[in-house]
Design a binder for this molecule. Sequence first.
Ligand code: BGC
Length: 414
Amino acid sequence: MKNFYFGVATSAYQNEGGNICNWKRWERLNHLEPCGNACDMWNNFEEDVKLLKNLGVNMFRFSIEWSRVEPQPNRFNEEVILRYKSWVELLLANGITPVITLSHFTLPIWVDERGGWGNRDIPALFMNYVSKVINTISNKYWITLNEPVLECIHGWLHGTRPPGNDMDVKGCLNALNNMCMAHAMAYRCIKTTQPNSLVSIAKNVAYFSVEKWYRPLDYVTKRQIEKLYNYSFLDALVTGHVKFKLMNVSIDSNYIFMKDTLDFIGMNHYNRIYIGYNFCTTPNVSITMSRKNSKQNSMGWELHPKSMYYCLKKIYKKYKLPILITENGSCGDDTHNNYRIDYLTACINYLKKARREGVYVFGYNAWTLYDNFEWDDGYGPKFGLFSNNFETQERRITLCGEIYKNIIKTSQTF
Ligand code: BGC
């Protein structure tokens, strides 16, 4: 495995268990399946490192839970920070490079109560938390934010995640702007303290297709949505120019301190998304995750591995920055295992092809280590390379895990 990382990705809330943050409150308010103890990773980390060794990975992405570190404003829990530090040391001692995410879809309740990502003070609050963490934990790879665009779309347009606003376009763009600022401030802060670190975000990048090839407005609409979803956030961090536009709302501002705040691009990739525009339907725009006869996973997402190739090519051509796949994978129970295996294998083959053709991609992280809590879908979807018995916390390698292990073993030279 020359100059290449194979890893797995996780997040705190979905795995650690026992976190008291805004998502826990959201579950209660909306009568969703509670996360509870999740996989109890908080108490089993040492055992879990053995699973990583078993797979043969040399990278592990996990997130630090802000609500554990700073449960009350400016009151930091040093023991928690030291626990995370010990995880980093343990991983390094086992030859595994940690990738640390500083915010993965959750916020402390006190931040949420002040408006969360919608609050103009949140970049400063986030930076305060980040500076505390990095004073104790040194690391090479940092991810400030996970999928900021999705977080804002779910929170302010679909209303399916906190704060639960429905088609609040202004609120959505404002939150996106705040997340750009938060990233840029955290980036500057990390680079000042740890100049040799490499910092990015985990950006969800999808491959967009039109619903009907013969409808010209499908193409126009697809271009607009693709721009907002895939590129606008990255553009802002590369150029310092925040330019978000949705319907009749726009934000257009320049921030010098935001320019060049990505050392590489962390790319999460799962989907092909179809966009259509139909005069006769309400709403006119349709956004779907699959077509009638396409192969789908248990969440109804189309399995289209070539999307990985297209996205890698496009993102590299556009930004010329090294790429790390921070997440990719699919879900399904045993009956879907073949789909998962074919998808995983094909995605990695497409990654290799892109790499051979000159795309600078230096690592791949499979989502995820073991079956865990899948947000509003609760414990239904199974993304794990290991299955998990939530009563006993016994993990067992799945067929998909075995295949990944084998891919790692046999990919030494590519
Ligand atoms: C998120 C994960 C999630 C995964 C599968 C990504 O968008 O970062 O938290 O579990 O997708 O849905």
